[in-house]
Write a protein that binds this ligand. Sequence first.
Ligand SMILES: Cc1cc2nc3c(=O)[nH]c(=O)nc-3n(C[C@H](O)[C@H](O)[C@H](O)COP(=O)(O)OP(=O)(O)OC[C@H]3O[C@@H](n4cnc5c(N)ncnc54)[C@H](O)[C@@H]3O)c2cc1C
Length: 402
Amino acid sequence: MAPTPSRDVVVAGGGIIGLAVAWQAAAAGLAVTVVDPAAGRGSSWAAAGMLAPVAEAHFGEEALASLNVAAVRAWPEFAARLESASGEPVHFRADGTLLVASDPSDRAATDRVLAFHQDIGLAAERLGSRACRAAEPLLAPGISGGVDLPDDHQVDNRAAVGALLAAGRTAGVAFVADEVARVEVEDGRVRGVTLADGSRIAAPRVVVAAGSRSGDLGGLPDGTRPPVRPVRGATVRLRAGDGVPRLRRTVRALVHGRTCYLVPRDDGGLVLGATMEERGNDLAVPLGGLADLLDDARRVVPALDEYAVVETASGLRPGSPDNGPLVGTTTTDGLLMATGHFRNGILLAPLTSSEVVGLLIHGGRPDGPDTGPFAAFRPDRFAPKASVARGAPWAPGVATGP
Ligand SMILES: Cc1cc2nc3c(=O)[nH]c(=O)nc-3n(C[C@H](O)[C@H](O)[C@H](O)COP(=O)(O)OP(=O)(O)OC[C@H]3O[C@@H](n4cnc5c(N)ncnc54)[C@H](O)[C@@H]3O)c2cc1C
């Protein structure tokens, strides 16, 4: 029988979160294995790549908005370092976003959101219809106006995932194309993982980064299983042929109360999104939602009729009870969570990976778990209040969120 290989860290799941953790941990000198049957092809592949702390700031989610603002600020340096380590471009673009309202009632809604954004100190400026069309000539003449969001940017998420795979390999990350069936724990300590094919990898630390499936891993001790659920979304990839006019920047729109976004790529591609449904692990794309999305996008940018349809992609966002991520250590020694990134996993990848790598190297934050950007997003925050000393067990299904 083959001997059990031994590593410093096993990362269960190779989406953008697991890959970013693995690359940075290996670059810091740790021996890292990523286990994933299809690394880079989960939600991170379907996503649009918006880095949108402001457009994604919702009432009641102020702590998440602060985390997201810190994350967008980390992207320029992260993108430069990743490009240099991988030799591959990731197409980070800091050209802002325009949020537009299709009709007067959408305009009233964008005004309410604008007031909220300004109240919590986010950069957002009201624009009239003419100013919107001057900024983005492809917008339909009938739009009611909009909001300039200068701090919401974008990256080509597929290029970023490809670059993370390349940078990880260069840094010495080992990739195993299988599933983690169980996390092995003895005497309150992580010992490694058992894979679906029955083989084992010994490791004193395991990072759970399996996206929407993170709660399904076998062997997670009571009180550490993350309350993560799949929230399906679909994007449509289009392409502008030669001579077909292109958008200058990301446009998000409210169309008769429904939201959509259009994210232009450097190469003439355009990502249109997204639907949002809770249907378990089903990745099928229903025609109705797709038809609404296409109608809404064409209403805002009529020139889309000249674009070619390239692909429809669907993915399962890892949703959590309060829409925030679960990042940090658990009550089991050596078991860390990096999951639950819901609508913002591309945005949060640089910050989550530096936090997790810091915890892997130092065993915890120097000044305690209640510090740093993830202080409000520790994995144990859904514990029933009666039994919480920090890190006390909680059961899935009892968590509540706003
Ligand atoms: C349509 C859509 C649009 C989106 N747009 C944006 C956007 O514009 N900006 C943004 O920031 N976010 C966006 N998101 C959200 C973003 O995609 C996610 O938050 C992010 O991709 C989560 O990354 P992840 O690595 O946790 O999960 P994933 O990318 O889903 O990766 C999880 C990986 O775990 C693997 N896995 C599962 N079970 C196991 C197991 N037992 N063993 C080993 N591996 C396992 C899977 O194969 C998969 O590769 C969007 C999501 C969707 C669906």
